[in-house]
Ligand binder design. Structure first.
Ligand code: GUN
Ligand code: FE
Length: 493
């Protein structure tokens, strides 16, 4: 069995980050200290592609508070739920869905009968407003690629794809498929064929958009993703058809799995013939290398084996797990013992924070609790895991970037600054007057090598634990600059 690359990579990735800071091997050029030098289109050396997109690395001695990081991947976010962000912490998943979520999503949906043109216009306008806001907010927080759940409505799902392209964010866009809700039939579409047809429309709409925006080349800017919401709301037949559709189109698949104990019990009752929750998706042809599984809080060892064997990724959403009291996912174990690729998601609005930087912090904090509570649930943590079983900053940063790229099948083209990858990046500045992160130490001359690595480590830690999206001052996606906040700051020093 193939050794999972992730096992060793986070540390290497973190070392890479240190190297990016003007510490390490890049070839010097005459004026590389000028900041402008790193702006796309003005490259200095390197291979063709880095020349074209124009940075080499950041010179730490001249810009002590700034560094480049690969763009974040938010691998699980419900764009349609953005207006509800922050609501519902008092409820567990299934009640939260019923009280807050389904009704909001249904506002995107065309009525069964005829829709007046004026009503349709208002609905599309609403989708436009909400989706634009989600894209702008997440881009400004450094998310260069997002895997979105839209809603069950096809037209407005296509609007989300249009807007991602317009704003320059890379996106996977999913029409939410669900055909069975006995309590609230008005929230689902009982005709599986109609759901499959709508999904095909979204896949084809995205493929068409992509052709028109890919003049520069690079990995796809927008891609449809097959999106069965989760097993409790999907009949077996629907899941089978969506699995077959994904195979036919070679399309990715996203869904939810094993988020909450009541949900798991419900799935066991609904699908008694399947071995477990993972088995339900597997039996219906939904598990493959392009399948990304959100949450996975309470997986059994048997399920982990199956997920690894099928080469799926887990999307960990720490904000959600705490906000809706879903549980604590044993992420360190997934990474190092089960050797599954794990990426990060915000899960707006089950999660309450749209920033992947916050997700990194939450992940680390929550795993500290897991460590402290270890005696209570031995399954959750392995003693043999490195770093005392704690998720490190390096692990978190890896999951936020490279892990996301691997999950979205873009690992060979995005997720790090390796030669020949495409330039999805964010410029971080940890020092701004209202952020209170002082980095004056970095101004000191003549740091030796070990000192320098250590300073870089401190800088990154400060960013993750004390910073927020104001520290993300520029963002590029596919080499195009899409965010520029630098002018808003007056720099100290
Ligand atoms: N499971 C099914 N639908 C949802 C959703 O919208 N959010 C979360 N967190 N879990 C789900
Ligand atoms: Fe979700």
């Amino acid at each position: 069995e193939q050794e999972h690359a992730l096992h060793k990579t986070p540390q290497a990735f973190f070392q890479w980050l240190c190297d990016q800071r003007g510490y390490g091997p890049p070839q010097p050029t005459s004026d590389r200290n000028r900041w402008e030098h790193y702006i796309p289109g003005r490259g200095n050396g390197g291979n063709d592609r880095s020349r074209r997109y124009g940075y080499d690395y950041v010179d730490f001695s001249k810009h002590p508070s700034k560094f480049l990081v690969p763009g974040f991947f938010d691998t699980h976010i419900h764009a349609s739920q953005f207006p509800n962000a922050g609501l519902g912490s008092e409820l567990p998943l299934l009640d939260w869905l019923e009280k807050y979520t389904f009704s909001l999503e249904n506002r995107f949906r065309a009525p069964d009968g005829e829709e007046l043109p004026s009503a349709r216009k208002r609905r599309l306008q609403m989708a436009n407003t909400i989706y634009s806001r989600v894209i702008n907010r997440t881009l400004a927080a450094g998310t260069t690629t997002a895997s979105y759940f839209a809603t069950i409505d096809t037209d407005t799902t296509n609007v989300l794809a249009d807007l991602a392209v317009q704003h320059g964010q890379r996106a996977l866009v999913g029409k939410v498929c669900m055909d069975c809700n006995p309590t609230y039939p008005e929230y689902v579409e009982p005709d599986a064929e109609a759901l499959v047809r709508g999904t095909v429309e979204v896949l084809e709409h995205c493929a068409g958009l992509n052709v028109s925006v890919q003049s520069l080349g690079g990995p796809k800017m927008v891609q449809g993703i097959v999106t069965p919401r989760f097993a409790p709301l999907c009949l077996g037949e629907l899941m089978k058809r969506l699995g077959a559709l994904a195979s036919k189109y070679n399309a990715p698949v996203q869904t939810h799995i094993s988020e909450n104990k009541d949900e798991i019990k419900l799935v066991a009752d609904l699908f008694p013939e399947c071995s477990d929750y993972t088995g339900v998706y597997d039996d219906h042809g939904l598990l493959g290398a392009l399948t990304i599984l959100a949450h996975a809080v309470h997986l059994t060892k048997h399920e982990c084996k199956k997920i690894l064997q099928k080469n799926c990724s887990i999307l960990h959403c720490p904000s959600l797990n705490t906000f809706l009291t879903s549980g604590t996912a044993p992420v360190k174990r997934y990474l190092y013992e089960d050797k599954i690729n794990v990426a990060l998601g915000t899960d707006i609005s089950g999660g309450c924070d749209y920033s992947i930087l916050s997700a990194m912090k939450e992940l680390i904090m929550v795993l500290h609790h897991l460590k402290m509570d270890k005696g209570k649930d031995k399954q959750q943590l392995v003693d043999t895991a490195p770093d005392n079983g704690l998720v490190t900053v390096a692990d978190a940063l890896y999951m936020a970037t490279m892990g996301g790229a691997v999950a979205c099948d873009m690992g060979s083209e995005l997720g790090s600054f390796e030669v020949n990858k495409w330039f999805d990046a964010q410029l971080i500045d940890v020092m701004s007057p209202d952020l209170n992160i002082d980095v004056f130490d970095f101004q000191e001359p003549a740091l030796d090598d070990t000192d320098m690595v250590d300073k870089v480590r401190q800088l990154v830690h400060r960013w993750i634990f004390c910073g927020d999206d104001r520290n993300c001052v520029k963002v590029w996606c596919n080499g195009r600059q899409v965010v520029d906040k630098e002018d808003r700051w007056v720099y100290l020093g």
